[in-house]
Structures are given as structure tokens and as C-alpha cells.
Design a protein around this ligand. Structure first.
Ligand SMILES: Cc1cc2nc3c(=O)[nH]c(=O)nc-3n(C[C@H](O)[C@H](O)[C@H](O)COP(=O)(O)OP(=O)(O)OC[C@H]3O[C@@H](n4cnc5c(N)ncnc54)[C@H](O)[C@@H]3O)c2cc1C
Length: 432
């Protein structure tokens, strides 16, 4: 039966589009504050989703949401990240979270997103969020008679109209509002695409390093190996668009050839077999001109997407959701000051994204490759790059401290100086 906007049952204080980590976090915390929250998720869970490697800073948010034990049960502990260069005379280098300047936790988790997203969304339900799933928001009228009006399509094609006082867009890469408002623009500094799949029985590292993420550089991009529970290995390649356009054969052949560009990764996958489909993501990095408007806010990928080489997307979405819940609560309580709270939220997010983006945009430069693969791996005390605690500060940042830079600013500034000097050396070097 079709319900109409005048139906009092179809009114909610806060409507949230999307039940990924960003949507589940913001809605859980708003329900805890006593607001009526209604979330619409278009997919039935569990479902495949990419974004499996997490950071130590996620742990505090899990604890706040009350899901830390659940995450421990479904995740693989990740003590750090290893970077494997493709240039001769450079060794693999592992960055352990325990070596961070401001250690938060010596480990994070690798999680299968089907179970992870389900756990977070079930937790939101448990906290009082009304979840409609599968339910797609496919139309919107912003600020209609003092409320926003959402058109929602159910699984059977049934339609509902919902009104809300505040709208949170957590629709991920679909960027529901960003597209409709034409605020979304492609980020030319990171014109990449990704192909990825799960494999069964890839070779893992030994002992406590078993759960570490491996990042392999190759000429046209980088490749990840992420160990997941049950002997599953997530494998993906992020490459330049020119390289992807050079594909002639099937996607499966192209993916195999790409893996072969990283001989060690290829060897670790010998004897492993692919499970499930190969996925591809194009139009890769983007951001929205603004993250807010009159009584609406975007969180997570709905607002911006950066290359995930430092496993930052889920933290950006969940921290954005955590800060977003404070923002929406304040904006609803003191509507006349709403703009101030919303603008502050965007500033907080932009600063964190900016700190991280500096590294992401330079990740493919020869200078950054050199700095991430200097000899002397793992031996912090003797490591030249840890002079002035630069390496420890970089590990802090990459563990999630892009939201909490206090105490790491100076060593990071020095690291940037070293980077620019190294980059200049490459610029001057005669090309062979
Ligand atoms: C190739 C690749 C690799 C990545 N690797 C990592 C990694 O290792 N670590 C990491 O932290 N991050 C990684 N990320 C990023 C990570 O996937 C995202 O940043 C994260 O999932 C963002 O969470 P979110 O809640 O904003 O969006 P999502 O998790 O995408 O959730 C959005 C939800 O909204 C729903 N939705 C969309 N439109 C509608 C609608 N109209 N109506 C109702 N529901 C809707 C979708 O079904 C989805 O469930 C990676 C991303 C890519 C592309």
C-alpha cells in the first residue's frame, strides 16, 4: 500500500540514507541521544563490500558503539602494513602500529565487510534505529514545508513518502545528494580505478605478522593482499586509467596479468583459487563541493573518496558519523545556529582529509616510494628515517591520527621537508 507524506507514521526526526559504517555510526549515536532515527538501506545484508582493512583509531569508535567484542570475533588482528617496492636494492618495509609516536593500539583488524556491516547495522537496530531494508531512496524534495521529503522504494516496488527534520546522506560512492545537487566532482589528482576479488588459500605471513596488509608497488599502480578469516585473501589492484584502458582480453585475464606484475604476490597466490566475482570500481576519487546544507549533512564516501592505500575509508566514514551525530544533535536542538555546527563539521573533516591526502597524492612518486622502502626495515632505533621521530609520526598519522594531529605536527613537517628534498633529487637526475 502506498503511504503519503501526511501519514504521521512516516515522519522521523532524522532520516539516514545508507547502512554502511558511516550510516550505522551516525544513526546509532543519534538514537542514543533520544532522537527518532529512520535508516534506509537499499541492499539486503549480508552482501559483498570492499574496504576490509581497518586502523587502530577505529577501535575507540567500536568501543563507544559497544561492538568491539563482536569485531574481535569476526576480524583478523592486523599489527601493521608492509610496503613491497618494485625498485632494485630496496627492501620490504613493515610499519608496525606499536612504533607509532602516539601508540593507540598495537593492532587493528582486517574484517570481511559482509559480517562487519551487518554487525554495525544490527547494533544500530538494537539502539533503537528503525531500519528499512531493502529500501532505496530514489527521490527527494529538500526543505518542503519545513521538512525534507524522501521517496522510498521497497523490495516489491511498493512506495512510501517520508518526511524528516534532518537528513544524513551516508549513501557511499552513490553520493545521493552530491549527484542531485551537482556538487560532486572528480578528483583529477587521483585518476585511478580498482579491480578486486577474494581468493581462497593464498599464502600468509608467518606468526604475529599473519594479519598484516601487504602493499605492492608496480609501475602502473599498487596491489593489496589482505588476509581475512577462513583462509580468504582479499586481492585488489589500483591502477591508472591509461593502464586499465589498455585491457584487451577478459577482466579475469587482465587481473591475473596485473597480479603477475608483482612476482612475490603472484607466488603467494600460486595454488589459491578465486571465490566469487571480480569487481571493478571506476571514477575513483571525488569530493563534493560542500558536505552540508540547510538541515542536511553528508558523511563518509557520500562526501568524499580518497585512494584507500592507507586503509582510511572506514575510519573517515565512522569518525565522520561520530562527529556528525554531535553536529546533527546540536543543529536540531539549536536550529538557528545549525549552520555554525555544520560548517565546523566540514572543517574538521576537511582538515583530516587534507592531512591524509598529502600522502595519498604523493604515494606514486619515486620520492615517496624511496622513503617508504629505505633499507633498515623494522629497526626503529637504527633507522635513519626515524631521526627526529619522523617515521613514528608517519605511523601515527597512518594509524588514524589525521583526526588528532597534536604531538605529531613537527616531525611530520620535517618528513615533508625530507620528501621535497628527495623529490628535487629525482627531478634533477638525468633520465635514463
Ligand atoms: C577499491 C577500494 C578499496 C578499499 N579499501 C579500503 C580499505 O582497505 N580500508 C578502508 O578503510 N576503506 C577502504 N575502502 C573505502 C571504503 O570502502 C569506504 O570508505 C567505506 O565503506 C565508506 O563507508 P560509507 O558508510 O560511507 O559507505 P558504504 O560503506 O559504501 O555504505 C553506503 C551504503 O549506502 C547504501 N545506499 C546507497 N545509495 C542508497 C540509496 N539511494 N538508498 C538506500 N541505500 C543506499 C549502499 O547500499 C551502502 O550499503 C576501499 C574502497 C575501494 C573502492
Amino acid at each position: 500500500m502506498t503511504q503519503t507524506a501526511s501519514d504521521p507514521n512516516c515522519f522521523t526526526d532524522v532520516a539516514v540514507i545508507g547502512g554502511g559504517p558511516g550510516g550505522a555510526t551516525v544513526s546509532s549515536l543519534l538514537a542514543e541521544k533520544g532522537w527518532r532515527v529512520t535508516l534506509f538501506e537499499k541492499d539486503a545484508f549480508p552482501r559483498f563490500h570492499i574496504g576490509e582493512s581497518l586502523l587502530p583509531r577505529n577501535l575507540a569508535i567500536f568501543a563507544r558503539l559497544g561492538v568491539l567484542d563482536g569485531i574481535r570475533r569476526i576480524g583478523v588482528p592486523k599489527r601493521g602494513a608492509e610496503f613491497i617496492p618494485h625498485i632494485p636494492n630496496r627492501s620490504t618495509r613493515t610499519f608496525y602500529f606499536s612504533e607509532a609516536l602516539k601508540p593507540i593500539s598495537p593492532y587493528a583488524f582486517q574484517v570481511p565487510r559482509d559480517g562487519f556491516d551487518r554487525l554495525l547495522l544490527d547494533n544500530a537496530r538494537h539502539k533503537g534505529v528503525t531500519v528499512h531494508q531493502p529500501a532505496t531512496v530514489d527521490g527527494i524534495e529538500l526543505d518542503r514545508a519545513g521538512t525534507h521529503e524522501l521517496q522510498v522504494r521497497g523490495e516489491e516496488g511498493d512506495r512510501q513518502l517520508w518526511r524528516c527534520s534532518f537528513l544524513v546522506d551516508a549513501s557511499g560512492r552513490d553520493s545521493f545528494l552530491g549527484r542531485r545537487l551537482r556538487w560532486k566532482w572528480k578528483n583529477p589528482r587521483n585518476d585511478m580505478a580498482a579491480i578486486y576479488a577474494h581468493f581462497q588459500d593464498g599464502q600468509r605471513r608467518q606468526g604475529p605478522d599473519e594479519g598484516n596488509i601487504s602493499v605492492y608497488w608496480f609501475e602502473q599502480g599498487w596491489l593489496w593482499l589482505i588476509p581475512l578469516p577462513g583462509g580468504v585473501m582479499s586481492v585488489g589492484a589500483v591502477c591508472g586509467m591509461d593502464y586499465l584502458r589498455s585491457r584487451r582480453g577478459s577482466l579475469a585475464d587482465f587481473f591475473r596479468e596485473t597480479i603477475e606484475r608483482c612476482p612475490e604476490a603472484r607466488d603467494r597466490l600460486t595454488g589459491a583459487h578465486r571465490i566469487g566475482e571480480i569487481h571493478a570500481t571506476g571514477s575513483y576519487s571525488y569530493r563534493s563541493r560542500k558536505s552540508y546544507g540547510h538541515r542536511f549533512l553528508m558523511v563518509g564516501d557520500a562526501y568524499t573518496f580518497l585512494d584507500p592505500v592507507f586503509s582510511s575509508g572506514v575510519l573517515l566514514a565512522m569518525r565522520g558519523g561520530e562527529l556528525g551525530a554531535e553536529t546533527v544533535d546540536q543543529a536540531l536542538r539549536r536550529p538557528r545556529r545549525g549552520w555554525l555546527y555544520l560548517r565546523r563539521h566540514q572543517r574538521q573533516m576537511d582538515r583530516a582529509i587534507g592531512r591524509l591526502a598529502w600522502f595519498v597524492y604523493r604515494f606514486h612518486t619515486p620520492a615517496m616510494r624511496e622513503l617508504f622502502s629505505l633499507p633498515g626495515a623494522g629497526e626503529v632505533a637504527r633507522d635513519r628515517s626515524n631521526l627526529f621521530r619522523m617515521k613514528a609520526a608517519v605511523i601515527s598519522l597512518l594509524g588514524g591520527d589525521f583526526f588528532y594531529p597534536r604531538g605529531i605536527r613537527l616531525p611530520l613537517l620535517l618528513f615533508k621537508g625530507v620528501y621535497y628534498v628527495t623529490a628535487m633529487r629525482y627531478r634533477r637526475a638525468p633520465r635514463s
